[in-house]
Structure formats: structure tokens, C-alpha cells
Design a protein around this ligand. Structure first.
Ligand SMILES: [Zn+2]
Length: 171
């Protein structure tokens, strides 16, 4: 699917929330771009891209994408696109882990995704302990990697160093 189109997507009508894939997508496929207006403060539908930078889609449909602790989408921060995290079936509801972009959720909530690795309270990446932050290492936004390493002396994403505690997750 060419990037920048929404042909693969349509708002779910039943239930009314969410967004579903119109057709099957292969793992790694680029579904659509992240674009919108950059704001200094978050909204309920924005994606955080920096310490005080949030992209709001305004007219795009991706604000309908729901949270999951085991999502079928991820954000490719090198190309600024939404990408299939695994094979996606036609009609499947699209989801992303909000904890991979948001330091502080505008509206925290309790996740009930039933995944064995559910993060529970979704309040933002800054509220996770080091172990939970480490679990997200493959998909977390660059600005959150900096937050984690600033608070841990580089022990979470910065790699092993002599000053890192044994209890801190390491590469
Ligand atoms: Zn969950």
C-alpha cells in the first residue's frame, strides 16, 4: 500500500470506535504517513514526537486507532509512517501501544486488552518502571528513549555501563 493513502482503512461502524483494515496487510507494510499540525501541548488524538511537540491529525483518521499492549501497528520513526507490526487481516481493528509515544497520557485509563503482557494502567511512558520501559525498547519513540536514559543514567537504552544497577534491564 503506497504511503499517504488511506485506502486500506476505514472507520469501524460497529462498534463505532476504532479503525479497521479494509484489506489484509503483510508485516512491515507501510499503511500511511504521520502528518498533521504540530502543537506544543497534547490533545486526546495527538502523537507525541518531542518533549513539547505533538502531532495532531486534524482531518486524518488515525486518531481512531486504539491502544493495545500487543498492537498490530507500530510507528516507524525513521520514515514517519504507520507500519504493520505483523500480518493484519482484512477487517481487523487497528491498534498501537500508546506507551511507545506518550510520556504523559492526556486521559489515562486502565487497559483491559487481556494480553498476558498487559501494561495495566496506561498513564504514559514516564510512569512505567525501568523493566516495563525496557520491554518497549524495539518500538519506543526517540524522545522517550532520551527520557528513560536521562532518568536511569543511560542504563535502560544507553547500554551497559559500570554505574548501572544489576536490577536495571540491560541490552
Ligand atoms: Zn493491555
Amino acid at each position: 500500500m503506497p504511503c499517504g493513502t488511506n485506502h486500506a482503512l476505514h472507520p469501524a461502524t460497529r462498534p463505532k470506535r476504532g479503525l479497521r483494515a479494509l484489506r489484509a496487510e503483510k508485516a512491515g507494510a507501510e499503511l500511511f504517513r504521520i502528518d498533521g499540525v504540530v502543537l506544543a501541548t497534547p490533545t486526546r488524538s495527538s502523537i507525541q514526537i518531542g518533549r513539547a511537540m505533538h502531532v495532531d491529525p486534524l482531518t486524518g483518521a488515525w486518531h481512531l486507532i486504539e491502544h493495545s499492549c500487543s498492537p498490530n501497528l507500530l510507528i516507524d520513526f525513521d520514515r514517519w509512517v504507520w507500519r504493520a507490526a505483523r500480518d493484519i487481516a482484512a477487517g481487523e481493528r487497528l491498534s498501537v501501544n500508546y506507551l511507545t509515544t506518550e510520556a504523559e497520557m492526556v486521559v489515562p485509563f486502565d487497559c483491559r486488552c487481556a494480553d498476558s503482557g498487559c501494561f495495566g494502567r496506561i498513564a504514559g511512558f514516564a510512569h512505567l518502571d525501568a523493566k516495563a520501559q525496557w520491554r518497549l525498547r524495539g518500538h519506543v519513540a526517540p524522545h522517550l528513549r532520551r527520557v528513560a536514559d536521562n532518568s536511569s543514567g543511560g542504563c535502560i537504552f544507553g547500554g551497559r555501563s559500570a554505574s548501572c544497577s544489576r536490577s536495571t534491564p540491560m541490552i
